[in-house]
Design a protein around this ligand. Sequence first.
Ligand code: SAH
Length: 518
Amino acid sequence: MTAALLPKTVVLVGAGPGDPGLITVRGAEALARAEVVVYDHLANERLLDLAPETALRICAGKSVGHCTMTQDQINAALAEHAAAGRSVVRLKGGDPLVFGRGSEEAAYLRERGIPFEIVPGVTAGVGATAFAGIPVTSRGVASAVAFVTGHQAPDVPRKADSPSRLDWSALAKFPGTLVFYMGVTHLPTIARTLIQEGKSPATPAAVVASGSTPVQNVVVADLATIAERVQAAGVRPPALLVVGEVVAQREALAWFESRPLFGLRIVVTRPREEALRSAATLEAMGAEALIAPTVEIRAIEDHGPLDAAIDRLDDYDWLVFTSSNGVRRFLDRLLELGRDLRALGRLRLAAIGPTTAQALAAYHLRADLIPPSFRSESLAEALGKVAAGSRILLARADRGRAILKDELSAVAEVDQVAVYRNLDAESFPSAVLNRIEAGTVDWITLTSPAIAARLHAIVSPEARRRIGREINLATISPVTSSTVRELGWNVAVEAPVHSWDGLIEALAAHVSRAVPGT
Ligand code: SAH
């Protein structure tokens, strides 16, 4: 179905418990079409990257110290934007209908005749527990699971000794796993009440905090001691309390915390499109990825020179690519012009490094030459040996180092053509800047000298002071490292293999060698 055929509605989307990969495909599609996104503080802000750049993003977070909107204001904002004919996504943590007030928002819209749709999400009781290696049901161990609120609205009268009007005696007898949401602050009362009502004090219990995120923290004890243990561990919300024999299975099933980059908060400074792909690798390895592009890739404005070069391909012996973007933009343009890969038939191909060669491989093309080291000097030297006296076309960004053309011109006939534009980002995302200034970031990855220089130029002096000291820098190559050092920053890790994967591998190797706690 094309987007134009879809009615404009308010879509209540479950964002999942934390890891941005836990949104549903349908939720992601709704975000991609959104003109307005109203999001909760429990929804991972990285998901906002799935919405068009032009979409209005409204933070409805209801936590202290965060942007705050009352439920009435949220309802009104949803209705107002929908009534103005905009596609609205209401992004809520976990599942919208599990302790999420999604039903209230939907009822409000229904009363006003505003169409809505509900996209379920992975609720924390299932998602955070899975990331903690705790199955909520298990054959022969727990045949039922109850999701229970541990929180009570202040206006609801309470029984003297229990945190809510729940039937605690029934809960204590419940034949299965109990999962309490919003229960950390009431933890001592919940545990005590369950024991008073007959639940064994030896029942395994766990608190799963920030499940599925890089700061996931799981405390396991028995029902009698869990409150004490959680207090000692300084556990912070959001957290779930899980009570039942299934908790014992975590010992065998825990998996997330042992990921190679678990717990690290890593800034990706590459152009947005690549940064999104890179972030996915980092997240799969257990890290939190913060996207802050310092340069952007854009299409060239005037295709004339590129089209002319494509027309004259037969005049050349070598076609040289210095980036994967160059490969994609060049070949896509060639296809757009109605040509196909036969246009390259007699050309030899050079790629500056493994990632560029991979981009060629995606078009079923093999690089004839990849220099031993991923840098212009190395490419110039390698090409100089095999391409002396021949005609070379360099397909590259509109700006970049001139060294390749300069060196090759001594031995060959060289033309260069810009296939895309490299622009400086005008500003640095404030959310990421705040994290750098607060020291709540561990690493920044740098994949080119231009990116390093731009980062230095657009961050605040306070951030500049922290970077390269408390916040480690990982670079893709010696060229990038030397720029970093010229900027006055230290390099903690330099990738021996000059590709994104090489960089991440080097980072993972570095942290696995580091002594924990240092
Ligand atoms: N609609 C959400 C729940 C909102 S209530 C859902 O379906 O998950 C908020 C409570 O959810 C928190 O107090 C906490 O108990 C739980 N929660 C949300 N995200 C969590 C996470 N990543 N880890 C552990 N608990 C989480």
